[in-house]
Ligand binder design. Structure first.
Ligand SMILES: [Zn+2]
Length: 504
């Protein structure tokens, strides 16, 4: 008998926390941050307080009420002893997007993360290059100590690496990268790393690479009393579609399919990485001045798409130092250097972070100054997004093209950002592709133009194809705002909301 409990992520896009247990031993499939739930209470300048550990998250029901968290994150005025404790032996991470990994750092430090070498490297690089808050402490964490007032937790002086179990063999470079401390005053004690076949797990676990909008994404099949397949996030319309199909072929012996349904509520549109390539190429070919490509950080496949475009038209692709650090991390995992045909934007700033010293020492010759871009803007494609608009004040372009190649805005705050982005682009005389701003009841609103972005998620017709091909006894939809679509379209659909459980 196998028990499956979906603690979170059944009816929202992301926040997946799925617990699978057999004979009292279990694993979590992802332990992500639920942005929809966080957003009900928090915004940029109002967030959970790190010195209060998990207190705020428990009280606002943003993480499940379970006794599975790090002991050092529990202040004196929070009692978790009455919450159920689970025998969690590992977290299987599907990929390094925060809605899948963002709450792992809160889990009891003895629980290892099972993941691909690339995901592990990205978790480390993401934390290295962001301010330490408890919500980002996944790859390593600083053990908290009770303050003089024991309701307040203070940070220790040493960072401790979490234990990782690699689904594939790992390199010495990855180990060195995980041991490297880049936080100014802190030491880093690296955690253990081993391979999946050296590690005892409650289930036999097989990992499959799948196509998604980040490298290192995996689906899993767990074999115990029954076989359970978990898609993570995936798609069938990117360059690595074949890999997703290989997983589907192997999932045919699974009796339970846990499947993402991000696009279950949207109409299918014909989109692919290839269509994005062709449309963006046309824009760049027709543009005379500076070109800016705006896509999500860590969408490396889109980065490759723009690199191909740049090569084809004889321009140079310029990325930010942070992007370069991510590429350094991935290189530590898979040994492939992706920097050789790219330049790094030289930000005008007073101080540099320690992680950027690594980028500088490795690729110092690849830096390009805003003054050089200013002289010959037609030679470059800049990979910038809204938050990089300030750098245009140093480049001072007289005109250009801006390609928005990312997902549509959903929240009110994102809509405001688009109004500001539009103002910046207007100021510098840019032509905009991928979105336009329209007046709606005296207010400006973004309207998105298809063809410049392809989703990281499977379309409805692809979801249907996967479910029919796997033909499981039970379908459990997650990562969707529309579980009803699954109920209406397939037999044997079970929606497990907020801690509901199924025995198979
Ligand atoms: Zn994702």
């Amino acid at each position: 008998m196998t028990s499956i409990t979906v603690y979170d992520g059944a009816t929202t896009i992301g926040g997946n926390k799925i617990y699978v247990e057999e004979k009292g031993r279990g694993v979590f499939l992802d332990f992500g941050m639920n942005f929809a739930k966080y957003g009900e209470f928090f915004e940029e300048f109002l967030s959970e307080r790190s010195p209060r550990g998990i207190h705020d998250l428990i009280h606002l029901n943003l993480i499940p009420k379970l006794n599975i968290y790090r002991k050092d994150l529990i202040p004196i005025d929070l009692d978790v002893s009455s919450f159920p404790s689970l025998n969690v032996e590992a977290v299987l991470l599907s990929h390094a997007h925060l809605d899948h990994c963002g709450n792992i750092g809160l889990l009891d430090a003895r629980i290892p993360i099972i993941a691909s070498p690339i995901s592990i490297a990205l978790l480390k690089a993401m934390l290295d290059s962001s301010p330490s808050k408890i919500r980002s402490e996944i790859a390593y964490y600083s053990e908290k100590i009770l303050g003089e007032d024991p309701r307040i937790l203070r940070s220790g002086k040493t960072d401790i690496g979490r234990k990782f179990v690699c689904i594939a063999n790992y390199s010495e470079d990855l180990i060195n990268f995980l041991s490297l401390s880049v936080k100014s005053t802190k030491k880093l004690e690296p955690g253990d790393v081993c391979e999946l076949n050296e590690y005892s797990t409650p289930f036999e676990i097989r990992a499959f690479e799948v196509d998604h909008s980040i490298y290192g994404a995996n689906a899993y099949i767990l074999y115990g009393d029954t076989a359970i397949a978990y898609t993570g996030d995936f798609r069938l319309h990117g360059k690595n579609a074949e890999k997703s199909k290989e997983f589907v072929r192997n999932a045919k012996d699974a009796s339970v399919l846990i499947i993402e349904g991000t696009r279950a509520e949207r109409e299918d549109v014909n989109e692919s990485e290839d269509i994005v390539f062709r449309n963006c190429l046309k824009v760049v070919e027709e543009s005379k001045g500076l070109v800016i490509a705006d896509f999500s950080p860590r969408n490396f496949e889109r980065l490759e798409t723009f690199l191909d475009i740049a090569k084809k038209v004889g321009r140079q692709l310029v990325i930010t130092a942070k992007d370069a650090y991510m590429l350094h991390a991935i290189e530590c995992a898979d040994g492939v250097c992706r920097m050789k045909d790219m330049l790094i934007y030289n930000e005008l700033r007073a101080t540099r972070n320690k992680w950027e010293d690594i980028v500088m020492s490795k690729w110092g010759d690849n830096y390009v100054d805003p003054a050089d871009i200013s002289k010959e803007p037609e030679k470059y494609i800049l990979c910038f997004s809204f938050y990089d608009m300030k750098h245009l004040l140093d480049i001072k372009p007289s005109s250009g093209a801006y390609i928005y190649s990312s997902s549509e805005a959903f929240t009110e705050e994102q809509v405001f950002d688009f109004q500001r982005l539009h103002r910046w682009l207007e100021h510098f005389n840019f032509r905009i592709y991928g979105f336009e701003v329209v007046v709606e009841g005296k207010k400006l609103k973004p309207r998105f133009v298809k063809g410049y972005h392809a989703s990281g998620h499977a379309s409805k017709s692809d979801l249907r194809w996967v479910i029919e091909a796997v033909d499981p006894d039970v379908v459990i939809p997650v990562h969707t705002e529309n579980p009803e679509w699954f109920i209406e379209n397939f037999e044997n659909v079970v929606v497990l909301r907020d801690g509901e459980n199924l025995e198979v």
